[in-house]
Design a protein around this ligand. Sequence first.
Ligand SMILES: [Zn+2]
Length: 406
Amino acid sequence: MKIIAFLESLIITLSCFFGSVFNLPDKNVRTLIEDNGGMIYGVCHPNEQYDALKDAGLNWVRFDIPYPYNASGEISRSYLDFKSRCQGYADNGMRVMAVTPYPRDYVNIGGFNPAQDVERTKEIAVFLYNDLKDITGAFQITNEMGLATFTHPLSLEEAAVFIGVQLEAIDEAKKENNDSFPIGYNQANVSVSKELNSLLKPYLKYCDYVGIDLYIGVQTNDKASDYSKRIKKLYREVCKPIIVTEFGFWSNAGSKTEEEKKEILAHYGYSSEAEAVADGENFISKLPQQFRNTLFYEFPGQEEHWAELVFSAFSAHFYGQTSDNTLENVGFTPEGQAEFFRRVITEMQGLNCLAGMIIYCCQDMAICWTCGQSWCPIETKWGIFTIDGTPKPAYYAVKEVITGEK
Ligand SMILES: [Zn+2]
């Protein structure tokens, strides 16, 4: 029996290896696509412009499921609000890739370590599945484990258990319902992802897909073909249909001139960084609350260094500047963003191991959630719609490459 199991896994590994080299069709990918009404195309942090999204071929949206209970153990208000949003998409013929809660929610709200009390974790996973399967479309079990902020307070080993037991419990519930509801997990494109995938190997049998968030060509000089290379590499590792759960490009970013940087300092009342640092606590008090929160969470108890940290660790946020390196030298402009999606979506559409791609993100944000400043593009300029909901050139480019219509 052991030899048969070994031969089976060898055949699967070899088929994915050759499948990735020669871009061969994969039955599991085709089934996933057929079961879900075609290739999964979606957006993260969606707005409610159902028709505009569907016109562009974006029939999926992706957002987080809040922890379902409050501290007293009752169903939480935010969870009920989440459900009514999902119902809105369902009523409009759209599907939700729902991201199950982060480990910190189980610790902070539920009051337990979800990798240790696995029975409770499984119970919550099955509750979410039963409660949401008819108004969503798929689950992604938590998000980007391996990235410190999201994994906290679990270790990578615990994070793998946290994901694995949820996959296992939902898979069992699916079997009872004879249901093909897709479940999987995702990873950031970081060095520990290989380790995460290897820790999750025993649970891969429960996955309908494996996801990856890719930001290739955003502050790096890469090519559209590097998307294919990275996706094929993951496919060889996990031998499962792949979904790109996030990818995107800024419509406005890049380096700032000395003049522009001086203007930002002047906005806070200083003529140089040294002057701001010398003003210490007073300087920090002038920053947006969001910026102070970030300093508080990332450098607790180090208040005396915060002013210096603003100009070292957080310099990019303070000035709202990024590297000028981009994908094939496409610029961080609205037209450049459109060109990025044209090239990258077309590139990925050619991959037989891919079942879906979800754009990060739907709409621009008013302020950066790290620094609270409106001029910082780092968390504000990813949208294919502007802040007031107007489609950007990227929206029309996405529509054209997905639907073939202008
Ligand atoms: Zn920022």
